[in-house]
Design a protein. Structure first.
Length: 265
């Protein structure tokens, strides 16, 4: 019924609890989850989760916040992206939230890394999972210069303005909403979600982070994506069933690009 389009089950606080988390998913009618990679060093664990469980899939990429890790090449990402059950490049993007005394000009290494991921998505034909925080203008500019018309994907855990949402939609991207949508101080985000067409929405947990109400402050998990769907249904003024059907269909349209990647459901 529901799909968690972005979670980090390879992170230490979750990867020892896979059987428990899968049981909770079944109880909440969460049928599938996309396990998202944040470093090349982490990728074998992420990929193993997808290989071991028939309702998990994987991505490959290096998160913009990660420093001191192996830098990916286009060839690295394309090679790993061709492996079974890998359905996207990312998460990738730009994050200027924690500059730690550096200027935006000094974050060129992030922009270069992001460009590598865009080129890999363009070459492989895989969608791109985009993270952007305090960097929307540069994120959009790089997507336009490196991949417009050739790359699609999703802006995950969306917290940006309507203007950014419109720009992403114009480039063919989906918008994914997380548990933040349920937070009391997220009225502006709920208005953005109201205006994004349901046919372009995904839902996610970003587990283990950002647990939705009524679980805020606890470790997040894929089962809680149901609460995100409930909030989106309220915002849209539609049924929970409609949100489940449309967002699950959107997930399939974005990520199942070939018969080889199609889910066995």
């Amino acid at each position: 019924m529901f799909v968690d389009s972005h979670c980090h089950l390879s992170f230490p606080e979750l990867r020892t609890r896979i059987a428990e988390l899968r049981g909770a998913m079944r109880a909440a009618e969460v049928d599938r989850a996309l396990c998202v990679c944040t470093t090349l060093e982490e990728f074998p664990v992420v990929h193993a989760l997808a290989l071991e469980h028939d309702n998990f899939w994987a991505t490959v990429g290096v998160h913009p916040d990660n420093e001191g890790v192996r830098e990916p090449s286009v060839d690295d990402l394309q090679r790993l992206g061709a492996l079974p059950r890998v359905v996207a490049i990312g998460e990738t993007g730009l994050d200027y939230y924690r500059l730690e005394g550096r200027s935006i000009e000094q974050m060129q290494w992030q922009r270069e890394r992001f460009a590598v991921h865009i080129r890999a998505a363009r070459r492989s034909g895989l969608p791109l999972v985009v993270h952007t925080r305090s960097a929307a203008a540069d994120t959009l500019a790089l997507l336009r210069s490196e991949g417009e018309g050739a790359v699609q994907g999703v802006f995950h855990c969306f917290t940006e303005s309507q203007q950014v949402a419109d720009a992403a939609l114009d480039m063919g991207f989906f918008i994914s909403f997380s548990g933040i949508l349920s937070f009391k101080n997220a009225a502006e985000l709920r208005e953005v979600a109201r205006r994004v067409p349901l046919e372009r929405c995904l839902i996610e947990t970003d587990s283990p982070y950002l647990a939705p109400m009524p679980h805020r402050g606890r470790s997040n998990q894929p089962a809680y994506v149901r609460h995100v769907a409930e909030q989106l249904a309220v915002v849209k003024g539609c049924s929970l069933q409609q949100v489940a059907e449309v967002t699950s269909g959107n997930f399939e349209r974005l990520f199942w690009r070939t018969r080889a990647q199609a889910p066995a459901v």
